[in-house]
Design a protein around this ligand. Structure first.
Ligand SMILES: [Mg+2]
Length: 236
């Protein structure tokens, strides 16, 4: 049996609790690359992309979107350097049940595991390793420097998955798992099913209002989460 399912995870609040390390590294990198943090303190990171965060922090401070785009590569290198240096100061830990779910999916030959994350790519391996994940388990991804809104990311991940697997994934066999309304809503861009987990800043009730296909307090109930991922359509 070959690959049939594509499961795409968000990172912060879904796979791991970052303890604020991303915001701290962003602050240092903005200062280094742009000379100011703009209005970063007023910007929410949840369910957005790092590119969007930069726009929301810097445009009100007088920067042009085109200038921010031009400096994205430099920012991405700077923020990774800062994160690698400071990450040990933060209490990073995996979200309840998430490592077990990732392990089960990684070991399932019918599943291609990937990421749809607002993090710029240079941060991904640093954060995943700090929480005990192996970044190589996630075979494809779409990242926060590839879209200034989150709905731009799932089509990129799906395209990369198709090319890697050499097949089209049926929409009902593509699942996005995340902790924010932004994760749920971005799935519309590819018609994927959605699983919301209340391990980030939003409650079960807040997430349910955005009508994910399933919502869980966390991923600790292994059988229930795997059944939701496969919509009971995959013999295990
Ligand atoms: Mg998240």
């Amino acid at each position: 049996m070959g690959v049939e399912w594509l499961v795409l995870f968000d990172i912060d609040g879904t796979l791991l609790h970052s303890g604020g390390c991303g915001r701290a590294a962003t602050r240092l990198a903005l200062q280094e690359v742009f000379g100011t943090t703009g209005v970063l303190d007023e910007v929410s990171f949840a369910g957005t992309t790092d590119w969007q965060v930069l726009l929301e922090a810097l445009v009100p401070a007088g920067f042009f979107a085109e200038d921010i785009r031009r400096d994205l590569d430099r920012y991405e290198r700077a923020v990774a350097g800062h994160l690698a240096r400071i990450i040990d100061e933060f209490p990073i830990r995996p979200c309840a049940g998430a490592p077990d779910i990732v392990g089960a999916l990684r070991d399932d030959p019918a599943v291609l595991l990937g990421l749809v994350t607002g993090n710029v790519q240079s941060l991904v391996a640093i954060k995943l390793r700090a929480a005990g994940y192996d970044p190589r388990d996630f075979r494809i991804g779409a990242f926060g420097s590839e879209g200034w809104t989150r709905p731009m990311l799932p089509p990129l991940a799906l395209d990369r998955a198709r090319r890697l697997a050499g097949l089209d994934f049926a929409p009902e066999r593509v699942v996005i798992i995340g902790d924010t309304p932004g994760d749920i809503e971005c799935a519309d861009s590819i018609g994927a099913r959605t699983i919301a987990v209340a391990t980030g800043p939003f409650s079960i009730e807040q997430l349910a209002a955005h009508r994910p296909d399933h919502v869980f307090a966390d991923m600790a109930n292994r059988d229930a989460v795997l059944s939701a991922i496969f919509a009971n359509g995959h013999a295990r």
